[in-house]
Design a protein around this ligand. Sequence first.
Ligand code: SF4
Ligand code: SF4
Length: 482
Amino acid sequence: MAIYNPKSLKAEEFINHEEILKTLAYADENKNNDKLIDEILEKARPQKTKTGYVCAGLSHREASVLLACENPEKIKKMFEVAEEIKQAFYGNRIVLFAPLYLSNYCVNGCLYCPYHAKNKHIGRKKLTQEEVKAEVIALQDMGHKRLAIEAGEDPVNNPIEYILECIKTIYSVHHKNGDIRRVNVNIAATTVENYRKLKEAGIGTYILFQETYHKNSYETLHPTGPKHDYAYHTEAMDRAMEGGIDDVGLGVLFGLDKYRYEFAGLLMHAEHLEAVHGVGPHTISVPRVKHADDIDPNVFDNSISDEMFTKIAACIRLAVPYTGMIISTRETEAVRAKMLQVGISQVSGASRTSVGGYTEEERPHDTEQFDVSDQRTLDEVVRWLMETGHIPSFCTACYREGRTGDRFMSLCKSGQIQNCCTPNALMTLTEYLVDYASEETRKIGYRLIEDELKKIPKENVRKIAAEHIEAIKNSNKRDFRF
Ligand code: SF4
Ligand code: SF4
């Protein structure tokens, strides 16, 4: 039997089944232990320091106790502390991005995804470089600056060379005042050598969803193809880091297995990365199984309610305070609104989840990976964020200033990153308002920028940000950053 060891490089030792079962039993034993729950909440709360705030975070066992607790008063407190953490480290800025589907050719047999190899009626499509360019122009014309590229696993149709060529094309397109400044990559688990190539191509974060941490379920849900190999998939982030990628993004597909199991596994994965590489995950995504072409989410009987989904996000925020949290347009506007309060820091906007979807007039459904619940335009999402008290941000500064991996984390942990995030959010929002927004959104945005500028505590930062904002408004100068 594998022994739990967060420093091990073997999947079954750092995501250890026995340890998860013990964690769940411990959580059940203590879910009514009010004293312990109060202590855990106190530990999670941000503490003020000279430069900002620090947060202790929680272990997978502590966070699992909170997740198991059903006392409404304590749950309310969890949400409050999650919001405190969000305010302390992220303020009210929300970073926007869009997925770009390159190819839906896939040799895997994932039971929850319509791109699985046995689906013979879905249209298969792979973008040519000309089509990539056209998609990127369409995304730039909306105002996007940050993309997450997606492709199925297919060594013949989507080899690493194809992905690298697409990245090069994406960065090369500069339409009007637009450019894509950061490409995050969500492709199948691969070799150290390929991760090194991705790093050299200038990617931001490498994202790979675990889907489920439960090994038996994983093997059942991935019956065929290279993804069937649980260990190879689970150990991918270690290979990515060995290949020099220091920002990695985790995620599970909630609804595939029992959420409490997934939650404990996810946090153990974060602890493992911290223990071995000295830096935890850059982001955690929280997708849920959704309807798609030949996929019925009701087949998976582990679906979770909106309330539980929000509680999971709050508990992740308490456990890993420095990790960005991402929610996609799989979720409705109402769910996204709730999730923003408990610590989401990035949202996708105006996403099309089909290959070549952005150049189509109407939202195409024939090659979609999942149904999009939030179908608003980017302008509507930007306005909605501002009207709900957030600063929409198109910032990509850290990656471009070399603030990645542990450099980023140390700035984040000392609270100093806020000195960059807010002015960068205001400057990139100005770019959006000047170049792409509707009249109404622009008006709301300018007012918000004026108010938010006044709140920047450091006088010199406030002054420089204000000057850059004026320059953006009155010229074609772009891409200022702290
Ligand atoms: S989830 Fe990814 S690997 Fe699985 S079938 Fe879909 S595209 Fe392929
Ligand atoms: S300054 Fe860095 S952490 Fe802040 S929004 Fe920009 S890229 Fe993200």
